[in-house]
Write a protein that binds this ligand. Structure first.
Ligand code: PSV
Ligand code: MN
Length: 432
């Protein structure tokens, strides 16, 4: 295999780690002793963390905007190649983001075989491809103004189906094995559309996409409560999403984006229920305080992230062979350097996973069975209270990553250098 062309100087990471190794080792050993008293083997936990991976979205490496504005930073990527390179920086430092999720037509290029090679040379592969029928593209024949897969206009539906099938074809060239479908379809006014007819039209279109899935592929449908439609959305919640996946067939599963629920909804329970019926397809990780789906994973409610991973770990134990949800970070960074936010999110997500691995499952089960509420709760809380950062740091260092990814990234001067090499991003008008 050809040598990987890492964007940051390997020696720089090694020398940065060198100054921290003693502390990492000491903290790891101290935590190892604490966990051993609870009969937990820290090495086994670290091994699971090393094997963990979450995809990064190609589009998440540029600064995001809100509908009020966007504030690009000097040196941010302005094309697909630069976005890929920044994904490689994230992977080089944290070592748990080896795959990139693409979005079309945002990532359109003329030679996908070359793109796959370019990614491989950077040490990256491709995860689920995402279609986009929530925006009209220049030259497009039918408009998605009133919906795409569920539009009342057969031409818009046909066009949206064809686009999804094109995405599958691209995904095949990239080595992906899943298509993620989120539609912005919905309404702003009571009476605007029939809820039932809209879903029927969506299903008719979705069946055509499903029929084009290659063997070994999955179609992941994503629900969202609102936005851009503000009165109703066609795939608004996990109930409708599960119905869609059930009606489509075994290759269809539900994608849970953490920001796509009403405030305070019990997402961890949704995880358990979708898993129960074999329809838990994957996650888009982010966090949210009110109604957005854009904040950094774990930034607002790390406890909820932990509870979600607690269900995921339990689900995996129940059916280890069939458990392979597609994990992706789906955030929009309008204040931070996207590389730093991706690193922070990857750490929060892996940390929630590591904590969930610490739960004493036997104690929890026994406490549940005898209705010992406090012990059941305490087995979760005890795991949540552990600072797992020494495990994460050790796993990263052993995999060739950085002991302190964000500090290392800053000292590498990457963004400052790119500010000189890359052209400045232009703020497009018409931001919604
Ligand atoms: C929609 O808000 C969404 O969560 C879908 O996953 C889209 O593909 C993505 O965001 C685009 O940013
Ligand atoms: Mn999403």
């Amino acid at each position: 295999m050809a040598k990987i062309r890492e964007p940051l100087a390997h020696d720089q990471i090694e020398s940065h780690n060198g100054k921290l190794l003693d502390a990492v080792q000491q903290d790891y050993e101290a935590l190892g002793r604490t966990l051993a008293r609870r009969n937990i083997d820290i090495e086994a936990v670290k091994h699971r963390v090393t094997g963990f991976s979450v995809a990064i979205p190609s589009w998440g490496l540029t600064t995001g905007g809100t509908r009020f504005g966007r504030f690009p930073i000097p040196g941010e990527p302005t094309n697909l190649h630069e976005r890929l390179t920044d994904c490689a920086v994230v992977q080089q430092l944290c070592r748990i983001t080896p795959k990139v999720s693409t979005h079309f037509p945002w990532d359109t290029t003329d030679d996908y075989a070359a793109l796959r090679e370019e990614a491989a040379a950077l040490g990256l592969g491709f995860d689920a491809v995402n279609s986009n029928t929530f925006q009209d593209q220049p030259g497009q024949k039918a408009t998605y103004k009133f919906g795409s897969l569920s539009s009342t206009d057969p031409k818009a539906r046909e066009q949206a189906v064809a686009h999804n099938i094109d995405c599958i074809e691209i995904g095949k060239k990239l080595g992906a094995d899943a298509l993620s479908v989120w539609v912005g379809d919905g309404t702003n006014f009571p009476g605007q559309q029939s809820f039932r007819d809209s879903l029927d039209r969506y299903m008719e279109s979705a069946r055509k996409i499903y029929a084009a899935l290659p063997d070994g592929w999955r179609m992941l449908t994503e629900h969202k409560l609102y936005e851009p439609a503000f009165y109703s959305t066609v795939i608004s919640d996990w109930g409708i999403n599960m119905t869609v996946a059930n009606e489509l067939g075994p290759k269809a599963q539900c994608l849970v984006d953490l920001g796509h629920h009403a405030p305070n909804v019990n997402i961890e329970q949704i995880v358990a229920m979708l898993n129960r019926v074999g329809k838990l397809g994957g996650f888009h990780f982010n966090d949210s305080k009110y109604g957005d789906d854009d904040l950094d994973a774990g930034a607002i409610n790390p406890h909820r992230l932990f509870l979600i991973f607690n269900e995921l770990v339990e689900a995996e134990l129940g059916n280890p062979k069939a458990f392979h949800p597609a994990y992706m970070i789906d955030e929009s960074h309008n204040l931070t350097d996207p590389i730093e936010s991706m690193l922070a999110a990857a750490e929060a997500i892996a940390g929630a996973f590591a904590r969930a691995l610490l739960v004493d499952r036997a104690e929890l089960k026994a406490a549940r069975d005898r209705n010992d509420v406090m012990v059941a709760f305490s087995s979760l809380r005890r795991a949540y209270n552990v600072d797992v950062s020494p495990i994460l740091a050790m796993a990263r260092v052993e995999a060739g990553g950085s002991a302190e990814p964000i500090a290392m990234y800053r000292s590498s001067g990457w963004r400052e250098r790119k500010a000189k090499d890359r052209k400045m991003a232009v703020v497009e008008s018409g931001i919604i």
